[in-house]
Write a protein that binds this ligand. Structure first.
Ligand code: FAD
Length: 472
């Protein structure tokens, strides 16, 4: 391996840290520039993380197979640690209720709750331990570009970075630049528009989310279980027990001024539950990306990871796991490119292919985005009807909440038809959503297996057309 190969990363989120960790471990010279500070990295609340993503990126994913029935038991992770990155309680099964609480499904919830500040620091530590440099209070301002303006001939040669302490700005040359700056995608959006991958996420590709960890009063007259309320106010609302003494509760709604503030939804929920104490342990909120990935996650000398690449589950906005897996796949492609001394689209294409088609993650997320686009206007009454008729059934909800697109089989279609016969308008909408989702899923599974400018362009245009048909 050439010891001159140099990689720079903008942002020390979960994706950037895994990317830097895996490259540094293989002997690549990696520097991460992060505008924030070590102490406040991540965010100050608990996140649901996909256990598969933790396992795929080298973490022990504990709690597999445990049921969340009965009294809350303090569960230790496999190292016997109750104060590590994982909250003590996990919930392999989750009650998912209709918006009007008229019926519920039991969903296999393949997540574990993590303390995101602890996890954030741990990921930075891991990257540093393998030899990556992580420089805090450094803001990446711009890309250094060369070449042409199309994907394939535009060349990313480095970044412009500002030291926030001194105000000094400098240019840093690199073989590969990685953008892990979150949903603002600070660097990707600085590529020429003619590359077809520089689009900023639009406002309807976000949800507004608020969550809080509260002390729990062990009040026997308020028996409230872990649950999600699906489709509530265009989003969802939940309560999860973290341990005997604490709960996590929150809500998310589509980003639209017509929707209520999720903080008010949470406040109203808490007001109905005397067991949730007024004592705030931590919490916060903000925008959560539920949008669509750019058609390519690579350009010459460039990769994009995490929220900047929309590696988030469209039904929940969970993106920490997707970012970590994206960081891993990107590192594998960059490592192979470095071994061949190359940095072009052809050398990095493996990352695109693995994300979109090889692992099916991108294809699943794209199919679910189509469902979300078409079904997000369903009313509470309509969603509750689908729950009661078992058209939205355990399997479908399990898959969509865990980021998997389900292609409807014949039996499901017949059951849907019979159950929904009295509501043809809903059936039509469902049919439009599953048809569009299936077409999009298949299109992503046919993602070009190698870099070819013409092949890619025609794939990208078809993807645009398929998605255009899913929005009003
Ligand atoms: C309220 C809320 C609840 C959420 N709940 C969950 C959940 O339960 N489960 C889940 O999986 N996900 C959840 N998410 C989403 C999750 O936080 C993101 O998907 C995930 O953090 C994305 O990781 P990332 O690697 O893209 O980087 P990010 O975490 O987005 O981090 C980007 C980093 O880049 C830095 N940065 C930005 N611009 C620059 C720049 N110009 N120069 C240098 N550094 C820069 C930032 O300071 C930041 O540290 C939630 C989000 C919100 C807002």
């Amino acid at each position: 391996m050439s010891d001159k190969f140099k990689v720079v990363v903008a942002g020390a989120g979960p994706g950037g840290c895994i990317f830097a960790r895996d490259l540094a471990k293989a002997g690549i010279d990696v520097t991460v520039y992060e505008k924030g500070e070590y102490e406040t990295i991540g965010h100050d609340w608990s996140d649901a993380m996909e256990r598969s993503a933790l396992a795929e990126t080298g973490f022990d994913a504990p709690f597999e197979g445990l049921l969340n029935t009965g009294p809350l038991v303090k569960i230790k992770d496999s190292t016997g640690n109750v104060t590590g990155i994982y909250e003590q309680h996990a919930y392999p099964y989750m009650e998912v209720w209709a918006p009007d609480y008229s019926s519920r499904k039991i969903v296999n919830f393949r997540y574990v709750t993590t303390d995101r500040r602890t996890l954030g620091k741990l990921l930075v530590d891991q990257a540093r331990q393998t030899g990556a440099k992580v420089l805090f209070r450094h803001e990446v301002l711009d890309l250094i570009l060369g070449g042409g303006s199309r994907l394939g001939n535009v060349e990313v040669k480095g970044i412009v970075v500002k030291d926030i302490e001194t105000g000094e700005t400098k240019s840093v040359q690199a073989d590969i630049v990685a953008d892990d700056t979150g949903f603002n995608a600070v660097l990707r959006t600085k590529l020429p528009e003619t590359t077809g991958i520089a689009r900023k996420f639009s406002s309807d590709e976000f949800a507004m989310v608020y969550r809080t960890v509260r002390k729990r009063d062990k009040n026997p007259i308020d028996p409230v279980n872990d649950h999600y309320r699906y489709g509530y106010n265009t989003g969802y609302q939940w309560i999860q027990y973290l341990n005997e003494d604490e709960i996590d509760t929150g809500a998310g709604v589509r980003h639209d001024p017509k929707n209520p503030d999720p903080k008010d939804i949470v406040k109203e929920f808490i007001s109905r539950h005397p067991s949730i104490s007024g004592e705030v342990v931590r919490g916060g909120g903000g925008l959560c990306l539920v949008g669509r990935s750019p058609a390519s996650l690579v350009a010459k000398g460039f990769v994009v990871i995490g929220d900047a690449a929309s590696q988030t589950i469209p039904m929940t906005g969970c993106g920490a796991g997707g970012a970590m897996v994206g960081g891993k796949y990107a590192a594998e492609a960059v490592l192979a490119a470095a071994q061949n001394g190359k940095t072009g689209c052809d050398a990095l294409w493996e990352y695109n292919f693995k994300w979109f088609a090889g692992s099916k993650r991108g294809a699943n997320y794209a199919g679910l985005t189509a469902l979300r686009n078409i079904l997000q206007d369903l009313t509470h009454e309509e969603i509750s009807f689908l729950f009661r008729q078992d058209i939205l059934n355990n399997e479908m909800l399990t898959n969509s909440i865990n980021g998997i697109f389900t292609m409807p089989d014949l039996l499901t279609m017949v059951k849907t038809l019979v159950g929904g016969i009295t509501r043809p308008a809903i059936l039509l909408k469902l049919n439009a959503a599953t048809t569009a989702g299936t077409k999009i899923f298949k299109h992503y599974m046919a993602y070009p297996g190698r870099w070819d400018a013409n092949l890619f362009e025609s794939w990208r245009l078809k993807a645009d057309k398929l998605f255009a048909a899913t929005v009003k």
